[in-house]
Ligand binder design. Structure first.
Ligand SMILES: [Zn+2]
Length: 370
């Protein structure tokens, strides 16, 4: 192992530091890096998904709620370029300005496109929970710095070395083309990340806020689930729930904070809403509550097992070992296949168990870095 670790270790580290990922649906190579796809969820409600930026970053979902008095955006994806692509789509769908951007949580992959909306609509209001604004301003920037300054550049150098070695070994042209395309996508991602002008909420709420706009009622609500300032939206007339990363499809994601007990309470609360559609923080929209219920069942089961392990006197390491041995069973019952197991373990189970164990000892603070 080199000082920097193996490629996959390095990649994982870079990704973790950047707290992005989540959209783990897309394994393997994808030629359309950072591509935005639009889908209609209901009349005037559109979801924009972004394909992975390369193998170092995933963009969060963005949603447009169109009204006669303007457009309300929920999140802006991870980079200015994807924010711009989403804005272009919104302009095709609506001839009204964007009047609000709601930011779901502080992880960069959900608000990297904010600046694009500010530039296009100088009067736009950026709304989020007060705690989330604080985390965006005081945690997100510091959290991302090591990835931008060291981990990603190191990973790009590693990729360049690998490419040079492959070229020297007379690897097939098709394979070389893939490597070059991936390197170009990763380089462009770093460039995009460095071009972000941090654009923070200028309006906050404490427990809930309601926007009445163009005949729509848009409830903006607070939870403490994946982060302390989680902001999500419910449209009571349309029965649409927009969750941010409280739900991530198809594999739950717990890196970068997470509050297991309150997360479970939040999922129970979400399950009380009347639902025609649920738009998660990553992945496609669901048109029933089955994915929400599967998350709830999984979270409760893991928490129960952590509690039992702790009650039996197991240390944190012993508890992790015991529960990681059951990862295959948890994942299978959740509906995941063998190939999803590494992501399920790294991005959900290991973190959730760790946080749940600590939470049983004392309340978890707001700062994920402390
Ligand atoms: Zn995310």
């Amino acid at each position: 192992m080199t000082r920097l670790g193996t490629g996959s270790q390095l990649q994982f580290r870079a990704m973790q530091v950047l707290v992005c990922l989540c959209a783990l649906a897309t394994h393997g190579w994808c030629a359309d890096y950072g591509k935005v796809t639009t889908s209609k969820v209901a009349e005037g409600v559109y979801l924009f998904t972004t394909s992975p930026y390369g193998d170092v970053g995933f963009g969060g979902n963005s949603v447009a709620i169109i009204t006669d008095e303007g457009v309300v955006m929920f999140d802006t994806s991870g980079t200015p370029a994807s924010g711009q692509a989403i804005l272009s789509e919104v302009r095709k769908l609506a001839d009204k300005p964007v009047v609000y951007v709601i930011n779901s949580h502080w992880h960069w992959d959900h608000w990297g496109g904010n600046q694009v909306f500010k530039a296009a609509f100088p009067n736009v209001q950026f709304l989020s929970h007060a705690k989330n604004r604080d985390l965006m301003m005081n945690v997100a920037v510091a959290w991302n710095a090591p990835g931008l300054e060291k981990d990603l550049p190191d990973y790009l150098n590693y990729e360049k070395q690998q490419l040079a070695m492959a070229e020297a070994k007379h690897t097939s042209e098709a394979e070389l083309a893939k490597k070059r395309e991936l390197l170009a996508a990763d380089e462009s991602f770093l460039q995009q990340k460095r071009s972000v002008t941090y654009t923070f909420p200028n309006a906050t709420f404490s427990e809930s806020a309601t926007l009445y706009l163009g005949g729509r009622e848009i409830r903006v609500l607070h939870a403490r689930a994946i982060t302390p300032g989680d902001t999500y939206v419910y449209l009571p007339k349309e029965k649409i729930l927009i969750t941010g990363d409280i739900l991530v499809n198809p594999i739950p994601f717990a890196v970068g904070g997470s509050y297991p007990q309150e997360w479970i309470e939040t999922l129970r609360k979400l399950n009380q809403f009347e639902i025609d559609a649920i738009i998660p923080g990553h992945g496609e929209a669901e048109h029933d509550r089955s994915y929400l219920e599967r998350n709830l069942t999984l979270f409760q089961r893991v928490l129960t097992d952590v509690k039992a392990a702790k009650a039996n006197g197991l240390s944190l390491d012993q508890t992790k070992k015991e529960l990681m041995d059951k990862a295959g069973a948890y994942a299978a019952d959740f509906g995941l296949s063998e190939k999803d197991l590494p992501d399920f373990k790294n991005y959900f189970l290991l973190v959730f168990v760790n946080r749940a164990y600590h939470e049983l000892e004392k309340p978890l603070g707001d700062n994920p870095i402390s």
